[in-house]
Write a protein that binds this ligand. Structure first.
Ligand code: A3P
Length: 323
């Protein structure tokens, strides 16, 4: 196995200098691989997943663009899938960050399997996640009967969320990350796992071709009507709610367990740290900022809004992804 992993690393080292490069958001640069932009180490994870990840037909995969609301949907899916295994009063989410319960397949190679005993238990469905674009997913995911939940968000909010997050992670000695600069990069598709629009359209297309395999939901829809959308999620992943659960208030308890207010106030999410890979470490508190829709109105100029809306109209027009 070590030998196979070395082969992937060698391929990555060989192609890296040949790829188109652009200025990144965190001080490093981004590289373009098969139409999408990645940090160099992010690309290594994508290639490792491609070469070594083996999907099981029972897997559930959450896919998102960064800052679309991954943490929230990891919590929701984990809660839906495990609602008969745990009591709400002693639930793992009360003491564990959602990223420790649901691993990214592109980071798994760097994480010890013991990091997540719950998701690696293959006797039941595994819940996994990814930022990998649909076209670059490991083949075994595309060809097995595993199910994919894709979660999208208004690109303007995802952009602001990402900007605020990167500002916190950017080395202090670097010049500040200007909004004008990141809007231009984002509009050109130069963002982690971007372009944002291509990322969403890849999954949207797959869901139109195979609606039983890929479900597309949005941050905004979940905010607006969590009850209906939690039921949709539960049905889609094969864990439908029964009438007693519905009348007993299970949906409401899941909504409140996973709410921004609850998760962001927990000690683990105020003081814990997420070690995604050997090099990439993030305080858990960085995954909880405002948790609102429309915060872009507080940051973007009318000209920036116009540019972003124009692209969304051209790319998403006529799809279910109109923001
Ligand atoms: P904001 O920066 O707009 O507040 P990701 O999990 O993909 O990294 O996305 C992070 C975004 O989701 C942040 O958005 C964060 O505040 C928001 N978020 C995190 N937990 C949430 C929750 N339980 N409910 C709603 N939004 C949440």
């Amino acid at each position: 196995q070590d030998f196979d992993h070395k082969n992937t690393c060698t391929e990555w080292e060989t192609i890296l200098p040949t790829l188109p490069k652009q200025k990144g958001w965190m001080g490093n640069h981004l590289v373009q691989y098969q139409g999408f932009w990645f940090s160099p180490s992010g690309l290594k994870g994508v290639m490792h997943a491609r070469d070594h990840f083996k999907s099981l037909p029972t897997d559930i995969l959450l896919s998102t663009s960064p800052k679309a609301g991954t943490t929230w949907f990891k919590a929701l899916l984990f809660t839906i899938m495990n609602r008969r295994n745990y009591q709400f009063s002693s639930h793992p989410l009360l003491t564990t960050n959602p990223h420790d319960l649901v691993l990214f397949i592109e980071a798994m190679i760097d994480q010890t399997p013991s990091a997540s005993p719950i998701t690696t238990d293959i006797s039941s469905s595994r819940l996994l996640s990814t930022h990998i674009p649909y076209s670059l997913l490991p083949n075994s995911i595309k060809t097995s009967c595993c199910r994919i939940v894709y979660m999208c968000r208004d690109p303007k909010d995802a952009l602001i969320s990402q900007w605020q997050y990167m500002k916190k992670l950017r080395p202090k000695e670097m010049p500040p990350l200007l909004l004008q600069e990141v809007v231009e990069l984002f509009c050109d598709g130069v963002s982690h796992f971007g372009s944002f629009w291509d990322h969403a359209l890849g999954y949207h297309r797959a869901s139109q071709e195979s609606p039983k395999k890929v479900l597309v939901l949005t941050y905004e829809a979940m905010m607006m009507d969590p009850t209906v959308n939690i039921k949709r999620l539960a049905d889609f992943i094969g864990h439908p709610l029964d009438p007693e659960e519905e009348s007993g208030g299970v949906v409401e308890r899941m909504v409140s367990l996973c709410s921004f207010e609850n998760l962001s106030s927990l000690e683990v999410n105020k003081s814990g740290v997420q070690q995604f890979t050997a090099q990439f470490k993030v305080p858990n508190s960085h995954f909880f900022r405002k948790g609102l829709t429309g915060d872009w109105k507080n940051h973007l100029t009318p000209a920036m809004v116009e540019s972003l809306n124009k692209i969304s109209k051209e790319r998403f027009g006529g799809s279910d992804l109109e923001f």
